[in-house]
Design a protein around this ligand. Structure first.
Ligand code: ADQ
Length: 476
């Protein structure tokens, strides 16, 4: 290593997808083609990465040997290899069948397997080694999310000169739940390898501080704890969206035209109710469908005046819980359509597909009511995107109290997704809200998001990290 990067991002995935067709935006490397995958994280970090000749370490998304490092839009990408077995044990197993449900209030029972934990450790070690190799002396390294919780400590062991940040995109559970994790002390020590551990909500940071005291006897004061002679800070940094991008999309005449077309294709109903989620059991899709079905049965809503569009993005399809969820959701959609649909007008339009950003924006523009009803969610960017897309045209957001976003979007119609009557009530209030009131609520939420966008999120985290590093700014 001659020089190394002064800024390194370590995430499970690289911010690119491999493509087989020759799309205009694709780049070639080692005979393979890549297309930047748009996402909040890469949008927020791109300026910092580009300015500092940063490096992003992550998996390319395909099992097998890793391609050589390559560059996309001025950012160096270092692909990690994962074998089929590792994808199954580290990613689908330990990350998505153990940690994911446990950190989301055990809404599905987590599965504990020793082999998965071992592979999780091995893969984390490999990511840490890759970061240790590319980071310049004194560099800043930002590790992302629950798949890589052991990386901070592993990295510090090899490179004590680095300034290490970690951000958890999902909730951090209360002590009682975390204690179920067989690997609990190892995971906690892994996170404590960072100088700054960031959470979506204050509650997550508090859970973390209390847990450290409970499990390791680590004293803390305010948001700082003492661990092995170092200070570690645990604070909330609620993530956000690229507000300007979503607003630009929603203002685009082609997107507006498409929104009109979507409404026409739905039969020009009075009320379009929309849900957009990864098909995940934490998102409360079934609860929302049930509320809609009961309102149709009660006669409070009817088809074709009201229709629901549920986009359920394919996700983690090889994990058992997800296969079972798909069956349940599709059965419920079939049941509602069987009972309440009309020829040519289903009550629920169910779309198990991925969409472009502009098609998503058109859906947001077309929807009078957006339903975001997770049982537990770190933040939920869909809720924020909907608000950003509703320029002057009002619209109403039904939002679960258990989404991190509820801490900021106070003018939404908040509900407890476990309380079916409460969800029905919130949905009816959203459907019947008068236009002036809807606009008022939307504009307050927009004002908040315009200021608190994803770029602000990234710079708040990195400034806080730099401050810990002592010599503000000159580390980055
Ligand atoms: P997710 O659980 O994936 O994220 P969310 O925050 O809603 O949930 O982000 C989903 C993103 O995917 C949104 O930007 C959305 O536009 C996009 N998307 C959804 N369906 C799509 C489709 N069919 N086609 C194309 N794009 C689609 C995790 C945590 C969240 C946290 C984020 C960011 O679970 O709580 O908010 O990370 O930290």
């Amino acid at each position: 290593m001659v020089q190394g990067s002064p800024f390194v991002v370590v995430a499970n995935r690289l911010p690119v997808d491999e493509v087989t067709d020759d799309t205009p935006s694709s780049r070639t490397s080692g005979g393979r083609r890549w297309r930047p995958s748009p996402g909040g994280l890469v949008t927020a970090l791109h300026p910092v990465l580009a300015e500092h000749k940063g490096t992003w370490i992550g998996w390319s998304g395909t099992p097998g040997p890793a391609p050589d490092p390559f560059e996309v839009d001025g950012i160096k990408l270092v692909p990690m290899s994962l074998s089929e077995d590792e994808v199954e044990r580290y990613y689908e197993g330990q990350s998505n069948a153990t940690i994911w449900p446990l950190y989301h209030d055990n809404v599905e029972p987590p599965i504990f397997r020793r082999r998965w934990r071992d592979t999780y450790r091995e893969v984390n070690r490999r990511y840490a080694a890759a970061a240790a190799k590319v980071a310049a002396p004194g560099a800043t390294v930002w590790v992302q999310d629950y798949q890589l919780q052991l990386v901070p400590a592993m990295l510090r062991e090899q490179r004590p000169d680095l300034l290490i940040g970690f951000f958890l995109h999902i909730p951090f559970p209360p002590i009682e739940l975390f204690m179920q994790l067989p690997q609990r002390a190892e995971v906690l020590r892994g996170l404590l390898g960072a100088d700054l551990v960031g959470f979506q909500q204050r509650l997550g940071a508090q859970n973390f501080l209390r847990l450290s005291k409970h499990l390791l006897g680590t004293p803390y004061s305010g948001s700082t704890l003492e661990y092995e002679g170092r200070k570690v800070k645990a604070e909330a940094f609620p993530i956000s969206i690229d507000f300007a991008e979503m607003q630009r999309l929603a203002d685009n005449p082609l997107v507006r035209e498409r929104a009109k077309q979507i409404r026409a294709e739905l039969g020009d109903p009075k009320t379009v109710i929309l849900g957009v989620d990864r098909l995940d059991y934490t998102k409360g899709i079934e609860h929302r469908l049930k509320a809609f079905r009961e309102l149709l049965a009660d006669g409070k809503l009817s088809v074709p005046e009201s229709v629901m569009v549920q986009v359920a993005t394919p996700s983690r399809e090889r994990v058992e819980h997800y296969q079972a969820l798909r069956v349940k959701v599709e059965r419920e959609v079939g049941r509602i359509n069987g009972d309440f649909g009309k020829v040519g007008v289903p009550a629920v339009h169910y779309l198990h597909q991925s969409y472009s950003r502009s098609e998503l924006a058109a859906l947001y523009c077309a929807a009078d009511v957006m339903m975001v009803t997770p049982l537990r969610d770190g933040m939920n960017l869909v809720a924020k995107e909907y608000v950003a897309a509703r320029a002057e045209n009002g619209g109403a957001l039904v939002l679960s109290e258990f989404a991190g976003a509820a801490g900021e979007l106070r003018q939404a119609f908040l509900c407890n997704p476990h309380d079916l009557d409460g969800v029905k009530d919130a949905l009816m209030r959203a459907v019947t809200v008068d236009e002036g009131e809807a606009r008022r609520r939307m504009s307050i939420m927009q004002r908040h998001l315009r200021k608190h966008d994803v770029a602000a999120w990234a710079s708040e985290f990195l400034d806080s990290l730099a401050e810990i590093g002592g010599t503000e700014k000159n580390r980055l």
